[in-house]
Design a protein around this ligand. Structure first.
Ligand code: GLA
Length: 380
């Protein structure tokens, strides 16, 4: 059933009547992984998979939520002590609290939400949920006075303070700022950004989901960040954005071998994002693809956030002649993103599905990527 219809029926049956609809999107990232919390560059875009919510203020101090996908309800007050125990409701509670902490207004409301962003696939379903509610509560209670960057930061702080993931700004940024047919290069230090129209004639972006569940909470994600921060501290700089390989090599004997590998990846990745943007401007798609493969190699061998299934998907892509392929997002499971020539699109999907099934006893999920708008109110 269409998402909006499903939500509207659930809203009518749980709360009666109707509210206002909002949605925000999941994201892809062409290149620039684990660079956001290192002050580097990322190159994401919002996709046509969203979290949508119907929301109506209820003139109380209480929030009542119903998640259609989980068929579960949760209620909470708006004070710090009212944190709900359900993890999924903490994303919404966190957004409310972060708005209030910044001096904004949130009053009680009833809301129903549902989505089609695959969970745990590295497509940022949690950022879509946070951005959807941040955007909506800004519209409903704050006359849209909170600017878009602050909305993204509200989502990011929700992850830090209520969900245990010390993430960077990329996912929430992409979800809030996403624009149809455009990727966005963000400088995570200055927060300057630029939209790049993204349509490469003759190629498609395809996501291959290993269906290995990716859960950044309790994953070594936070540990990766700590490694980077230790190295930056040793170098006397704020973030690894300001480091180069000569600087890193100069302190090699003072840091652990593991921290060295992590920092080496981040320094290389910073240059690869800029390389991809330049190559795109020149129409040099082969270079874009080569840099994607290099990123995969670095994420797998130096940053160690891959897994057997993702490395297998990457190998199959290479064998099939896919132009570029790599793990996307935080890692530890989830998807690869593949830049696939139209001529081999169908045969690649067939081969990767068969080979993965042969090896792991189940098929991967395949998604074609459509770059779409981010957070918005749904007027129609
Ligand atoms: C997760 C985080 C992001 C970013 C990526 C890796 O998606 O939420 O902030 O660090 O991993 O690039």
């Amino acid at each position: 059933m269409e998402l909006k219809k499903k939500i509207s029926e659930a809203f009518a049956s749980h709360f009666g009547g109707e509210g206002t609809f909002y949605s925000s999107a999941g994201r892809i990232n062409l290149i620039g992984e684990h660079t956001d919390y290192n002050g580097g560059f990322v190159f994401p875009g919002a996709i046509d998979k969203v979290i949508m919510a119907e929301i109506r203020p209820n003139d109380t101090e209480k929030v009542n939520l119903y998640s259609v996908d989980m068929d579960a309800s949760a209620s909470f007050g708006l004070n710090e002590a009212d944190a709900p125990k359900e993890q999924w409701a903490r994303y919404v509670f966190g957004v409310c609290r972060e708005i209030i902490k910044r001096g904004g207004t949130v009053k009680g409301f009833d809301a129903v939400f549902a989505g089609n962003v695959p969970l745990g696939a590295g497509l940022s379903s949690s950022a879509a949920l946070e951005s959807c509610f941040a955007f909506a509560l800004n519209d409903l209670f704050n006359g849209n006075s909170i600017d878009k960057f602050e909305l993204a930061k509200i989502g990011q702080s929700t992850e830090h303070n209520y969900c245990g993931v010390n993430c960077g700004i990329m996912d929430q940024f992409a979800s809030v700022f996403g624009k149809k047919d455009c990727l966005i290069r963000l400088d995570c230090r200055s927060l300057e950004y630029e939209y790049f129209p993204f349509k490469i004639d003759g190629y498609k972006l395809v996501l291959v989901d290993s269906v290995v569940k990716h859960e950044l909470v309790d994953s070594p994600y936070n540990k990766r960040r700590e490694s980077c921060e230790r190295v930056a501290k040793r170098l006397g700089i704020e973030t690894l954005r300001d480091a180069d390989m000569a600087m890193l090599d100069a302190v090699k004997s003072d840091i652990s071998a593991e921290d060295y590998m992590r920092a080496k990846f981040v320094i290389g990745e910073k240059d690869r994002v800029l390389g991809v943007c330049d190559a795109l401007n020149r129409g040099d798609i082969e270079t874009v693809g080569r840099l994607m493969y290099e990123t995969h190699e670095g994420l797998s061998k130096d940053y160690e956030v891959s897994c057997e299934e993702l490395d297998f998907l990457n190998d199959v892509a290479k064998e099939c002649g896919v132009t570029g392929s790599r793990i996307m997002g935080g890692g530890f499971g989830g998807c690869t993103i593949n830049l696939v020539p139209d001529a081999i699109h169908d045969s690649f999907i067939k081969t990767v599905t068969e080979k993965f099934n042969e090896r792991y006893g189940h098929e991967p999920k395949i998604y074609d990527v459509i770059i779409s708008d981010g957070a918005r109110k749904i007027e129609e």
